[in-house]
Ligand binder design. Sequence first.
Ligand code: ADE
Ligand code: ZN
Length: 322
Amino acid sequence: MIPKVELHLHLEGAAPPSFVRGLARARGVDLAGIFDAAGNYCFRDFAHFLRVYEAATSVLTTPADYAALTAAVIEARAADGVIYLETFLSPDFCGGGDIAAWREYLAAIAEAAASAPAVELRAIVTCVRHFGPGRARQIARCAAETAGAFLVGFGIAGDETAGRPADFAWAFDCAREAGLRLTAHAGEWGGPSSVREALAALGVERIGHGVRAAEDPALVDELAERGVVLEVCPGSNIALGLYPDFRRHPVGRLHQRGVKVTLSTDDPPFFATSLEREYAQLADAFGWDAGVFAAINATAARAAFCDAATRETILKRLETAA
Ligand code: ADE
Ligand code: ZN
């Protein structure tokens, strides 16, 4: 199996349905409505997906829950060939934005990661766009206080149609000043202007998704020239109805035009996917071979937010396998 570098994965979004059901049962919470008859997560559209995601997340209520989730997610990613992973964490869900509680959650997650060395894990705190800029400032303070070798980045996820990137500039400035590297979800539910605004107002070096930049050739050229890295999650976009299939997904064109694309799964059990599956479908749609995937993984390793020594180790492991 090709060794992989995955830069865009939401920890709660990677929770296996059985894991969430187990916690719900233990806590006496009725979550029946979020699963289909086969036991998989079910949702109608993006707005509904966010509600199902938040309902599933509601049963994760202690640092120990997050430690167990981290172990389960690492095991699944390792089975998918992932050797280096960056995961999004939200203090909104881990302690409700309280800094002391957040420290406990983060310590539990970091400890679980340290005892599962099959995957080198780093964390990126994300604020949630539809929770508003005030809350984002509080989340940025949590991130700034805990920045370090494990917590390496700051970003924003959630409903891209809520508010404007500039509303979140203070939060991103706070994170940047603490030494955190920056990424933002944009160009998923918003068009090219959303990507331009995220770059200009937030000063991010990576964009989560960013695929709708493909609608604007001048922006595509700008992304390629500036070397902005896109965290592309094709299966997520298709499952959420943004594109009908892999063949019509813009990742092929973006790659061809010289944009630095990387590949991730976003919330794999929600979208019934894995990176191995994504690669198979991309190989089928665009004729990409092992050399293309090796180059994309090297791009991802170079764009990783970890320290230089870890990056070199990851690049060497990729080279050895090539
Ligand atoms: N949170 C989890 N998955 C997401 C996605 N695809 N877009 C925005 N926020 C998310
Ligand atoms: Zn995402």
